[in-house]
Design a protein around this ligand. Structure first.
Ligand code: UD1
Ligand code: MG
Length: 463
């Protein structure tokens, strides 16, 4: 007969993460651009019919914010007296949810493979075991709780590294920190767990020795891909988790037909879409919701965040692009800087030391050298001379600059916004444009040049 069970998931995220030696709570550190805890919750959301409860404590506002964004409830653990105490504090929440089975996960397992977890949960539900634990066999088990087995191979106890005997330290099978429990049994057992250990904490894994002592066999699953289950406790382990996920994403892109030169140097976040036929050079970095159409080439040391590029667009070396859309066939860089709200039509050229912000550049516009275009609209076919600056800020407000089509802006022009330049107009080099320029006109504001003959020799006293 099928047993009725109500599931809940508890994620422990109250700890400080002392070994990280960081002022930021451990679970807020990011793995491939997203907080570790957010990743764990995102994975767990795939498990249907199991509400999520996050135990928060250290830096609880920020941790709760991430939890709520993932649709989880939060409960506070204060003070933080250990993983066993953290779960015990959740008793009311679990009773309210009417949960009979609970999956317990630490918030520091960012790559948690949820499919395997679901399989284990199915086996657990079908059993009568009070508890189950996912174990890992590690070449280097240091830092983890060791799985001590009895003569029949059952889990006898889990012993923390700091409390282990030399014989126990030699065990290579460790506790992943992911468990399944029957709510009634675990709460009862936790009441019996003490804190007489090297860290003075209530250790959750101590319940396994209690279950064994009561003759209640527990389940254990030794996971094959241990890399995915590893908890992050130190900066080195954080770097390892980042590297693992980064390498997975880069490999997936190469498998799909993207050419990546020196893949070990390329950082791509997993929501980035790169079409087959794109070329990524060494040391490129693609972040956020970036999308590259076929034939896009991104050259070395360029960093793109939330950037959408059309077919065949080329980003040369050392560009920093953010919140930008560009059509096909654009050439950007080297050393271009586009900021949020930049939109480039087809075949736009942006060159070195050109910065744009909230700027819409029409088809074929060229701004090749040393410019700032902010709050600006530039019509198709216009040419922006070297050193052109939109003076968009009066110290209080931002103002727009609107240039028509086929406009020619001479070098070293200042466009004092709000200002308009009509279609086909010319602005002479060195002009400060403060008034509207009609279509087809030439605006020029520089002082007429005067040449003083023989001046140099007179200065030197020769004249
Ligand atoms: C824990 C296990 C260890 C296991 C390892 C796997 C214990 C005592 N040890 O050790 O057997 O091999 O995970 O990664 O459980 N937390 C709270 N409240 C607290 C203390 C911790 O919410 O009072 C949270 C932390 O924020 C963290 C999680 O519990 O997310 C685990 O704590 P952590 O200190 O990382 O335990 P480990 O030493 O890794
Ligand atoms: Mg840990």
């Amino acid at each position: 007969m099928k047993k009725t069970s109500r599931k809940a998931i508890v994620v422990l995220a109250a700890g400080k993460g002392t070994r990280m030696k960081s002022p930021r709570a451990k679970v807020l550190h990011t793995v491939l651009g997203k907080p570790m805890l957010g990743r764990v919750l995102e994975q767990l959301k795939a498990i249907e019919g199991a509400p999520l409860v996050v135990v928060v404590g250290h830096q609880k506002e920020a941790v709760a914010f991430i939890s709520r964004a993932a649709g989880a409830q939060t409960v506070v653990q204060e003070p933080q007296l250990g993983t066993g105490h953290a779960l015990l504090c959740r008793r009311d929440a679990l009773e309210k949810l009417g949960a009979t089975e609970v999956l317990l996960v630490a918030g520091d397992v960012p790559l948690l493979p949820v499919e395997a977890m679901q399989t284990y949960w199915g086996e657990f539900s079908a059993s009568n075991a009070p508890a189950g634990v996912v174990t890992l066999r590690l070449e280097d088990p240091s830092g983890y709780g060791r799985i001590v087995r009895d003569a029949r191979g059952g889990v006898k106890a889990i012993v923390e590294q700091k409390d282990a005997s030399p014989k126990e330290l030699a065990i290579h099978e460790v506790n992943s920190g992911v468990y399944l429990f029957r709510t009634g049994e675990i709460m009862e057992a936790l009441l019996k767990v003490g804190r007489d250990n090297s860290q003075g904490e209530y250790y959750l894994p101590d319940v396994f020795a209690l279950f064994h002592g009561n003759g209640a066999p527990v389940l254990s699953w030794q996971a094959g891909d241990s890399e995915r289950w590893l908890g992050v406790n130190s900066q080195a382990e954080l770097a390892r988790a980042n590297e693992q996920l980064r390498a997975m994403v880069v490999k997936r892109l190469m498998d799909s037909g993207v050419t990546i030169l020196m893949p070990d140097t390329v950082w791509v976040e997993e929501e980035v879409a790169v079409a087959p036929g794109c070329l990524l050079h060494p040391f490129t970095r693609l972040c956020g919701q970036t999308k590259l159409a076929s034939g896009v080439e991104v050259r070395a040391y360029s960093c793109l965040t939330d950037v959408v590029l059309g077919e065949g667009t080329l980003v040369k070396e050392h560009c920093v692009l953010e919140g930008t859309k560009a059509g096909q066939g654009c050439i950007i860089g080297p050393f271009s800087r586009t900021r949020e709200g930049t939109s480039l039509d087809e075949q736009v050229h942006l060159g070195n030391f050109v910065e744009t912000k909230k700027a819409a550049l029409g088809k074929g516009v060229k701004a090749n050298h040393l410019s700032y275009l902010g709050d600006a609209t530039v019509g198709a076919g216009s040419n922006i001379g070297a050193g052109t600056i939109t003076c968009n800020y009066d110290g209080v407000h931002k103002h727009p600059t609107v240039l028509g089509e086929r406009v020619f802006i001479g070098s070293d022009t200042q466009l004092v916004a709000p200002v308009k330049v009509g279609d086909g107009a010319y602005v002479g080099a060195g002009t400060t444009v403060t008034k509207e320029v009609p279509p087809g006109a030439l605006a020029i504001s520089r002082t007429p040049q005067k040449n003083i003959e023989g001046w140099a020799d007179r200065k030197k006293g020769k004249g």
